[in-house]
Design a protein around this ligand. Structure first.
Ligand code: MRU
Length: 346
């Protein structure tokens, strides 16, 4: 399923979770071998694995690592341990709902199989984690096919953060049409926002698209308005960490600003969202928990101190784009107006 030009961020190999350390890209390609749920928790928190679907996949394997040594002697004991581990892994990052979706999906599978042996329950946990990863690649490809129907050859498209192959099992969500267009011989021109403060756009999106031979141009976040005013961008496509029931969308900090700019320039703004990111239990964007990250990401974000000692810092990792700025949300089940996102799961 994955093309040879795409790096796999999450792998299950030799009874261990193997993660591509995304904090080291694009300079070094280093894989981490994780064998405990504590290690997985730390990797998620430190952004060694990041991007909503990849966080969900990693947490799913983390749950298996957390319970595979369980000495529970009956279902109730096992269920309690499973829930403790799920709560623990769920405390690693708050915004991407895929994390909770993956943990809940595994719990539902275990509940369904409650009559079998503890060894079989453990096997079911791993089996479900593997299924989550396998399905994600297909979901991303389908989202890409839907998005392609909104695009045409030669188009300029801006994206923000890394909603790419590095954030998913394959293809990415918002980047899926770029890979599919390439397979079909189209020439899309992608503009990648660098995405301060930790530069997922520069370090990851620019890197993976360049590796795949896709025409990508890196810009600083504050250049998006200029590039749009010059007519170089005909669509914006971003990913998401959580879509609320009213169509508001949480994504990497800076997305909201890009959406406002797109509206001001009459450019369509599309959100690529697997159903695992659609959270109909959360009524509006105001109800989405927004992670705040350490001040050092801003004060020392470019490898050296770039701000005065002891400066006050505000560092929200995500913002919420109100539904009114969004042209469409594209899921594996189709293309939806934001106010109709409730229909995506019917
Ligand atoms: O902090 P990150 O790198 O995990 O944030 C990632 C994003 O905001 C992505 O755009 C989002 O998860 C979509 S990934 C398909």
């Amino acid at each position: 399923m994955t093309t040879s030009t795409q790096l796999a961020p999450v792998k299950w190999e030799n009874d261990a979770l193997v993660l591509l350390d995304q904090t080291r890209l694009p300079v070094e390609t280093i894989y981490l071998n994780l064998t405990t749920s504590e290690q997985v928790w730390g990797s998620i928190r430190r952004l060694e694995v990041r991007g909503a679907p990849a966080i969900g996949m990693a947490a799913a394997y983390g749950l298996y690592l957390g319970i595979r040594g369980s000495e529970a002697s009956n279902y109730d004991e096992f269920w309690q341990e499973l829930n403790q581990q799920a709560d623990y892994l769920g405390s690693s990052r708050p915004t991407a709902v895929n994390l909770f979706w993956a943990l809940d999906r595994i719990k539902a599978r275990v509940e369904k199989e409650s009559g079998v042996s503890i060894a079989e329950l453990k096997a079911a946990v791993l089996d479900e984690a593997l299924a989550i990863q396998k399905e994600d690649a297909e979901v991303c490809r389908t989202i890409g096919e839907h998005l392609l129907t909104l695009l045409h050859d030669g188009m300029g498209i801006l994206t923000h953060c890394n909603p790419g192959a590095l954030a998913t099992a394959a293809y990415g969500t918002a980047t899926a049409p770029f890979y599919l267009a390439k397979e079909r011989g189209w020439n899309l021109k992608v503009y990648a926002d660098e995405t301060r403060p930790v530069l997922q756009g520069a370090r990851l999106t620019a890197f993976e698209l360049q590796q795949a031979g896709i025409d990508v141009t890196l810009i600083c976040d504050n250049m998006a308005a200029m590039v749009m005013s010059q007519g170089k961008v005909e669509a914006v496509i971003v990913g998401t960490d959580r879509v609320a029931a009213n169509g508001d969308v949480a994504n990497k900090i800076g997305t909201y600003g890009v959406a406002v700019l797109a509206k001001a320039h009459g450019i369509p703004f599309y959100v690529a969202a697997p159903l695992s990111s659609v959270d109909l239990e959360t009524p509006t964007g105001a109800d989405i928990p927004i992670e705040e990250r350490p001040a050092e990401e801003i004060t020392h974000g470019l490898g050296k101190q770039v701000a005065p000692d002891d400066i006050k810092v505000y560092n929200p990792a995500f913002d919420v784009t109100p539904a009114k700025y969004i042209t469409a949300i594209v899921t594996e089940t189709g293309i939806f107006k934001p106010e109709e996102i409730g229909n995506s799961k019917k």
